[in-house]
Ligand binder design. Structure first.
Ligand code: SAH
Length: 208
């Protein structure tokens, strides 16, 4: 999977590739989908949500470029696969999910993998996690029409925010870096994510 889907598309960040090699993707899927775990595609994880395609997880992780002591905030725990990879690379990962069933399953996986540097929270991640701010990196794994203000406010100096921005059909993966002058923004290409459901992003009824 790593060679054919990630390295072949030009992504060679050694730390990211190693973190993916350590993380058994089949553990993050419902049992009947375990055989598809290494497919080059997103897959359903229940509650209408998806686990991202492996290449997209690699691209988002490399774009965030977490360092060993960083405090990272992730919005949209989902299966916990992306969280587990971040936990191998960073100091502490704070992850927020709005759907309780998904969060409970993800927490069980973190225990099984003995990932003790993950803190979880149930709620609207668009509000961030003010008690633990500032964060060296913030990764949003659901699509938003614009960057929720609280996330910009909770970004440390020199911190990076990675978020898919666009409409419900398609988005651009946007990387925002906080500098002394303000915020610099670049795009890492087109992506397709499930919506960030929040009064600060897409309202629930705007789905479908
Ligand atoms: N990173 C995940 C995939 C996430 S799919 C993985 O590797 O499996 C997007 C997730 O964002 C879904 O689980 C969805 O329930 C969650 N989500 C959507 N809106 C949210 C919000 N406002 N706050 C927190 N989580 C949200």
């Amino acid at each position: 999977m790593i060679a054919s889907q990630v390295v072949n598309r030009g992504l060679r960040d050694r730390r990211v590739l190693a973190a993916m090699a350590w993380t058994p993707r089949e553990w993050f899927l419902p049992p009947h989908l375990a055989r598809s775990a290494y497919d080059d595609a997103p897959l359903p994880i229940g509650s209408g949500q998806t686990i991202s395609q492996p290449y997209i997880v690699a691209l988002m992780t490399a774009s965030l470029a977490p360092r060993r002591r960083d405090r990272i905030l992730e919005i949209g725990t989902g299966s916990g696969y992306q969280t587990a990879i971040l936990a191998r690379l960073a100091g502490t990962v704070f992850t927020v999910e709005r759907l309780p069933d998904l969060l409970v399953e993800a927490e069980e996986r973190f225990r099984r993998l003995r990932l003790t540097n993950i803190q979880t929270r149930l709620g609207d991640g668009a509000a961030g996690w003010s008690e633990e701010a500032p964060f060296d990196g913030i990764l949003v794994t659901a699509a938003a029409p614009r960057v929720p203000d609280p996330l910009l406010a909770q970004l440390a100096p020199q911190g990076r925010l990675v978020i898919p921005l666009g409409d419900l059909a398609s988005q651009e993966l946007v990387i925002i870096q906080r500098s002394t002058q303000g915020f610099e923004q670049r795009s890492a290409g087109g992506v397709r994510f499930v919506p960030l459901i929040s009064r600060l992003a897409f309202m629930e009824q705007s789905r479908s």
